[in-house]
Design a protein around this ligand. Structure first.
Ligand code: NAI
Length: 328
């Protein structure tokens, strides 16, 4: 069997693909670029393609389907970049390759700490030998209420990690989790979340229903100085509303591993380019907003797991076996 891998990174993934390809007896076509109309022909003869967070529209999926591709796996947890409905209509199966939640959870906790301790400003100052203290006084987690939205694998790990800091923890999810309740964390309504949380950390997938769940109106109901951390998906936050909230001081800081319209930017060297994502430029410029380029997942453990499981899913699919990663 043959799998065409897109966005294959030479410096960390290639060797892993070669190793797991050999172990699983899979012939691989490794392409460093994102899938598009021009390079779709590389998938001729492959039943499966293996991608990351590049947009897979209905039109693009149709081109792959015409080349005989029946299975699209994404080396990510989120799959909102794939038009799953269109894929199903074309008779294609979509799957993801989730890795352990600890890498993203660690990163979210780090962004929470960086945000409440004003770490961006501290680093900027020490870099230019400005050793003053004015404006960089932080807050302590033990004095804060942290609200976790989405108590799936990552959100639950964040709750567990934060339990050692002595902060008050509240949570919101469409479905309450018994283990979370047993740990003493209270589920609240979204309204209560906005009213009570000093820090809000997002761990829900992006859906049509929750797009821009953080918007002008919900921000107005939050506590003054609220801090927002997003390691889930950029589309959960209306960037314009976030910018206005920061400008007015209503929002005291943010840690953003993801932003709206990041497609086409992240994982490329664009330093000489004029970019068309104004929100990102503005957010990056604020001294109280830490932005990173969608890399909370990026640990040795996560990379190895996604490469292996994305290929393993292809093998299960081709052999008609039960596939735990299939998006239903
Ligand atoms: P999961 O599927 O285990 O948990 C998601 C939870 O969100 C579920 O409990 C679900 O009921 C809940 N949920 C769904 N819609 C909701 C809504 N409207 N409001 C509140 N809760 C809602 O997913 P997991 O593994 O915990 O990942 C969470 C998200 O993290 C992913 O969907 C992905 O977008 C993001 N992610 C980001 C990464 C990064 O590198 N920054 C890496 C991995 C995941």
């Amino acid at each position: 069997m043959k799998v065409t891998v897109y966005n294959c990174r030479a410096f960390d993934e290639k060797e892993l693909f070669e190793r797991f390809g050999e172990e699983l007896h899979i012939e691989l076509v490794l392409c460093p670029d994102a899938p598009d109309k021009e390079n779709a022909a590389l998938a001729r003869g492959s039943e499966c393609i293996d991608i990351i967070t590049s947009k897979m529209t209905g039109d693009l999926l149709k081109i792959f389907a015409d080349y005989g591709v029946k299975y699209v796996t994404t080396r990510t947890i989120g799959y909102d970049h794939i038009d799953v409905k269109a894929a199903k209509a074309l008779g294609m199966t979509v799957a993801n390759a989730p890795y352990g939640p600890c890498g993203v959870a660690d990163y979210a906790v780090m962004l929470i700490l960086m945000t409440i301790r004003k770490m961006k400003r501290i680093l900027e100052r020490t870099n230019i030998q400005d050793y003053t203290l004015k404006g960089i006084q932080g807050r302590e987690l033990k004095d804060l209420t942290v609200g976790v939205i989405g108590t799936g694998r990552i959100g639950r790990t964040v709750l567990k990690d934060l339990s050692g800091f002595g902060c008050r923890l509240i949570a919101y999810d469409l479905y309450e989790n018994e283990d979370v309740k047993a740990s003493g964390v209270s589920y609240v309504t979204l309204e209560e979340m906005w009213q009570q949380a000093d820090v809000i950390t997002l761990h829900a997938p992006l859906t049509d229903e929750n797009r821009h769940m953080i918007n002008k109106e919900t921000i107005s109901r939050m506590k003054d100085g609220v801090m927002i951390v997003n390691t889930a998906r950029g589309g959960l936050i209306d960037s314009e509303a976030l910018i206005s909230g920061i400008e007015s001081g209503k929002i005291g800081g943010a840690g953003l591993d993801v932003v709206e319209n990041e497609f086409g930017l992240y994982y490329y060297d664009r330093k000489s380019d004029i970019l068309n994502n104004r929100e990102l430029a503005i957010l990056r410029g604020f001294p109280n907003v830490t932005v990173s380029h969608h890399m909370a997942f990026y640990t040795d453990d996560c990379v190895e797991t996604v490469v292996r499981d994305s290929l393993l899913g292809c093998r299960y699919f081709v052999e008609g076996k039960e596939n735990p990663w299939e998006v239903r």
